[in-house]
Design a protein around this ligand. Structure first.
Ligand code: HEC
Ligand code: HEC
Length: 209
C-alpha cells in the first residue's frame, strides 16, 4: 500500500517536471518564432499575417502544416522564389522554427478582403464552384473548401488572398515554374485554364471571407 502510494507520488512528480520542461522548451521556441516574425516576416507579410502588398501573400489563418511545408520547400529548392529562398537561408530557419512559424500565422485572424472587379469575380465564382466542364477544370471548392477556407493538412486556405498573388501562383503552376504540388494537382489544373479564367477566379477568391 505504502509502496504504491510512493510510486504514485513519484510518477506524478516526474510527470509534472517533464510537463514543465516541455513548457519551457515550447516557450523558448515560441519566443524565437515571435522574434523572427517581428524582425523578419512582418516587413512583408504583416506582423499579424495580413499583408497589404498584393504580391506578398496573406498568411493569417493559413494551415499551419501548409506554411511549414512551403518553408521547407523553399529551403530545399522545391519551390523557387529568390526572395523567400533568400529569407529562409539568411534567417537560418530550422525545422522547429518552420513549425512554430506555421502555428503562429495559423492562429492569426485573417482580415476579410473585397474583390475589386465585381464582374470578373462573378465569372470567377462559376469556376470556383463548378469548374469548367468543357475543358476539364475541376471545381476549386472540391479541394479548397466551399468557402476557400482550405482543408488541412494538404489543401491551403485561399479565401481573401490577394488576387494578384493568386494569379501569379496559377500562372506559375501553368508554366511549371511552381512545381511543389503533390501529384501535379495544381499544374494539371492550371494547364487547362485560360488567362481570363485565372484572373476571374483570382478576383472571386480575393473577396471570399
Ligand atoms: C522581403 C519580403 C518578404 C519577407 C521579409 C518574407 N517574405 Fe514570405 N513571401 C514573400 C513573397 C514575395 C512571397 C511569394 C513568393 C512566390 O510568389 O512564390 C512569399 C511567400 C511566403 C510563403 C508561401 C505562402 C503561400 O501561400 O504559399 C510563406 C509560408 C512565407 N512567405 C513565409 C514567410 C516567413 C515565415 C517569413 C519570416 C521568416 C517571411 N515569409 C518573410 C516575401 C517575403
Ligand atoms: C484536386 C485538388 C485541388 C483542386 C481541385 C484545386 N486545387 Fe489548388 N491546390 C491544391 C493543392 C494540393 C495545393 C497545395 C500545393 C502545395 O503543397 O504547394 C493547391 C494550391 C493552390 C494555390 C496556391 C496557394 C498559395 O497560397 O500559394 C492556388 C492559388 C490554388 N491552389 C488555386 C486553385 C484554383 C483557382 C482551383 C480551381 C480552378 C484549384 N486550386 C483547385 C489542390 C487542388
Amino acid at each position: 500500500m505504502k509502496k504504491s502510494m510512493a510510486f504514485a507520488v513519484l510518477t506524478a512528480l516526474t510527470t509534472f517536471s517533464l510537463a514543465h520542461a516541455d513548457d519551457a522548451a515550447t516557450q523558448g521556441s515560441t519566443n524565437r518564432a515571435q522574434q523572427l516574425v517581428t524582425t523578419v516576416c512582418a516587413a512583408c507579410h504583416g506582423a499579424d499575417g495580413n499583408s497589404t502588398a498584393p504580391d506578398k501573400p496573406k498568411l493569417a489563418g493559413q494551415g499551419a502544416e501548409y506554411i511549414t511545408k512551403q518553408l521547407m520547400d523553399f529551403k530545399a529548392g522545391k519551390r523557387v522564389n529568390p526572395i523567400m529562398q533568400g529569407i529562409v537561408a539568411s534567417a537560418n530557419l530550422t525545422p522547429e522554427d518552420m513549425k512554430d512559424l506555421g502555428q503562429y500565422f495559423h492562429s492569426q485572424v485573417p482580415k476579410p478582403g473585397a474583390a475589386k472587379d465585381k464582374d470578373l469575380a462573378m465569372a470567377g465564382e462559376k469556376i470556383f464552384k463548378g469548374g469548367d466542364p468543357a475543358t476539364g477544370v475541376p471545381a476549386c471548392q472540391s479541394c479548397h473548401g466551399p468557402t476557400g477556407a482550405g482543408i488541412p493538412v494538404e489543401f491551403p486556405r485561399l479565401a481573401s488572398q490577394h488576387a494578384e498573388y493568386i494569379y501569379t501562383q496559377l500562372n506559375n503552376f501553368r508554366l511549371g515554374q511552381r512545381a511543389n504540388d503533390g501529384g501535379h494537382m495544381m499544374r494539371t489544373i492550371a494547364a487547362r485554364m485560360t488567362d481570363k479564367e485565372m484572373k476571374s477566379v483570382a478576383a472571386y477568391i480575393s473577396g471570399l471571407q
